[in-house]
Ligand binder design. Structure first.
Ligand SMILES: [Fe+2]
Ligand SMILES: [Fe+2]
Ligand SMILES: [Fe+2]
Length: 326
């Protein structure tokens, strides 16, 4: 990550914000994947600020969500300044040992704190942006301290060698597991895509808030599906990842970096086929899964995606009724 030292012009400010956005976008994904690869309610630490016992997995997901909000804030301000948000992502990595992922996450936090805190703003140039950058940087300081506490607790328990969940080799031939991987990837992509449109339409609360609600639903599905994968003796995949001899997975393109649509109509048009594809995949999967807890959960996701499709169809029809809407 390139530190941007001096902020004098609008271009400098947009460049700083876009560098930060690329980072926030990537880590929101990476931290959540690290969390989804850990057992629930197994590793507890005492949170340095809240002073209570906290589940490391749950808190890592919460940190991932904080990063999504950082990305959203940055994207909205970039759009308002007339810039174009960039979604190029950094490399996503997953180590076999839980503690190594937390170590990487802590280093990432320190790196981004330095990006934010080393930016020197020309006095009076962009006071609100300077304030925002400082505010975000102290969220990162807090995250770094949380990751340190998690690692200390794991070491104290003698659990340094604890491993992430693994994909069971026999799942490669199981259609239902492979379908759930595909669905989980689509849920993640749609969550991020809706967020991208929230940035695009941030000047108008009606559209942006409706799209934000759908983004949150996809986040919840992504979260629940990751838990279902573990019940199926699997674990969330990192797209386009290669595994080395030591079992370290690395991907240079863990998420799409371009999202279709650049105005109200073209963006809304792309969401219908995306929701339809997702619904069709859920229907196919549900036909393969026996009655029980997993099926019940998948049915909840299917139902909400059907509701999204209804909403999106009307958002598009209504936009088409109004001449000259951008
Ligand atoms: Fe962040
Ligand atoms: Fe952070
Ligand atoms: Fe949906």
């Amino acid at each position: 990550m390139e530190n941007i030292k001096t902020i004098e012009t609008r271009e400098d400010a947009i460049k700083l914000l876009n560098t930060a956005l690329e980072h926030e976008w990537a880590v929101s994904f990476e931290y959540t994947v690290h969390a989804y690869s850990m057992p629930k309610g197994k590793f507890w630490y005492t949170d340095p600020v809240m002073k209570n016992r906290t589940d490391a997995r749950a808190q890592t997901i919460q940190i991932g969500i904080d990063e999504m909000y950082h990305a959203l804030q940055l994207g909205i301000i970039i759009t308002q300044m007339g810039g174009t948000p960039s979604f190029k992502t950094d490399e996503a990595v997953r180590y076999p040992r839980i503690i190594d992922n937390l170590k990487r996450d802590k280093m990432t936090e320190d790196m981004v704190t330095s990006l934010y805190q080393s930016a020197k703003f020309k006095e009076g140039a962009f006071p609100k942006i300077q304030n925002m950058v400082l505010n975000i940087s102290y969220d990162e300081v807090r995250h770094s301290d949380q990751f340190v506490s998690m690692m200390e607790a794991i070491k104290k328990e003698g659990a340094e060698e604890a491993l992430c969940f693994q994909s069971s080799p026999e799942n490669a031939d199981k259609e239902e597991v492979q379908l759930l991987h595909e669905i989980t990837r689509l849920e993640n992509e749609l969550m991020h895509r809706y967020l991208r449109y929230v940035m695009l339409f941030s000047e108008h609360q009606d559209l942006s808030q409706r799209l934000f609600k759908n983004s949150i639903d996809h986040m919840r599905h992504w979260d629940k599906n990751s838990g279902l994968l573990i019940k199926m003796n699997d674990v969330i995949q990192i797209e386009n990842a290669e595994k080395d001899a030591k079992g370290v997975e690395r991907s240079r393109s863990p998420m799409p970096d371009v999202y279709p649509g650049n105005n109200r109509l073209s963006a809304l048009e792309t969401l219908l086929p995306a929701e339809e594809t997702l619904i069709a995949r859920y229907e196919k999967l549900l036909a393969l899964v026996p009655d029980g807890e997993i099926k019940d959960q998948l049915n909840i996701h299917l139902a909400l995606n059907r509701e999204h499709l209804f909403t999106q169809e009307w958002l598009l029809k209504n936009a088409r009724k109004i001449k000259g809407i951008e």
